[in-house]
Design a protein around this ligand. Structure first.
Ligand SMILES: Nc1ncnc2c1ncn2[C@@H]1O[C@H](COP(=O)(O)OP(=O)(O)OP(=O)(O)O)[C@@H](O)[C@H]1O
Length: 313
């Protein structure tokens, strides 16, 4: 299948510093691709390269199988963009903002009703944008990105600064875009929780390098682990090794962590108890994506937005 986006050897330096390093990225032509990485990893810069707002120093961007540099207008006409601030005119109404976008991009104004419905902004569409909450502004900006039925929608941190209700509304909308509108979504976020909830496919970015990419399910899957505490940890370790289980690198004397292999938690527990151990804790663990994040990005993942950003206009 043709990819919605493919980058090959994409590289860019800004201010004498390599910001994007040899990125080969493939966004399949369906579903939601979550582009995950800490602040400053280069997500916005890569998105700007993908939508032609920046030119790469080296490498290529292809959209729907065609080289962006060769047919920028035709290809970008099929892309809806919400990058950085919403960029709406505050003194105009939501509908007027959309009308302006239709005129600029040569889109039939009859599409406005469809996109307002899509983001549940019909009722407030005739009020000036300056009276909107940040969530309403973001939804209107998403509506603008959906004008003209784009094949691809590029959303840079679309929930940044929203309150929890706004975040949930935006997540629900994004999740629905592929099925309801037939659009592929490229979404960036520094929040693992957000990406986990909406994405089918993910790319992990660290310091301008793509360090992992693939279907979320495949990347999240790891063999389940079991964490065990007993009254005699050294002997328990030996007993578990004798069962043929493999000790995990997160294991310590306080808390033994083993790969479960083909055994169930109940079987492992029974075996320890039958060998005379007092088992004080035994818990199955499975957090593949968190671990991947830690391994590849070298830091603890953040899951939720900080509350001090809530409702910033
Ligand atoms: N015009 C520029 N000149 C110099 N450095 C820049 C420029 N634009 C961005 N950078 C730097 O490039 C790096 C990547 O920035 P970018 O905004 O792409 O990261 P990001 O992953 O989107 O992070 P965030 O989530 O904070 O937006 C940062 O260190 C930033 O300071």
């Amino acid at each position: 299948m043709t990819a919605a986006i493919r980058t090959e050897g994409l590289s860019l330096s800004l201010g004498g510093r390599a910001i994007v390093r040899n990125v080969d990225m493939t966004v399949p032509d369906s579903g939601v691709y979550g582009f995950l990485g800490p602040n400053g990893a280069g997500k916005s810069t890569i998105m700007r390269l993908i939508v032609g707002l920046l030119r790469p120093a080296a490498g290529t961007v292809s959209l729907f199988g065609e080289n962006l540099a060769q047919r920028p207008r035709a290809l970008l006409g099929q892309v809806g963009i919400l990058i950085e601030s919403h960029g709406l005119y505050e003194h105009l109404t939501g509908r007027e903002n959309l009308l302006l976008a239709c005129r600029l991009r040569g889109i039939d104004r009859r599409d406005i009703g469809r996109v307002l419905d899509a983001v549940a902004m019909h009722r407030a569409a005739d009020r000036p944008v300056k009276t909107y909450s940040l969530g309403m502004k973001q939804r209107t900006a998403l509506a603008r990105a959906l004008l003209g039925q784009p094949r691809l929608v590029v959303l840079d941190e679309p929930t940044n600064g929203l309150d929890p209700e706004g975040i949930m509304a935006m997540r629900d909308l994004i999740r629905e875009l592929p099925a309801r509108f037939g659009a592929t979504v490229l979404l960036s976020s520094h929040l693992l929780g957000e990406v986990q909830e909406v994405a089918d496919h993910i790319g992990l970015l660290r310091q301008g390098e793509l360090v992992a990419e693939g279907p979320l399910r495949a990347l999240s899957e790891t063999e389940p682990l079991i964490a065990i505490s007993t009254d005699r940890q050294t002997e328990a370790r030996a007993a578990l090794l004798a069962l043929g289980l493999e000790e995990d690198r997160d294991s310590g004397d306080e808390r033994l962590v083993f790969r479960m292999g083909r055994l169930t938690a109940a079987q492992i527990n029974r075996s320890l108890v039958e060998s005379g151990f007092a088992v004080s804790a035994l818990a199955q663990e499975s957090h593949g994506l968190e671990r991947l994040y830690r391994d590849k990005l070298g830091s603890q993942p953040s899951f939720e937005a900080h509350s001090e950003q809530e409702n910033r206009p």
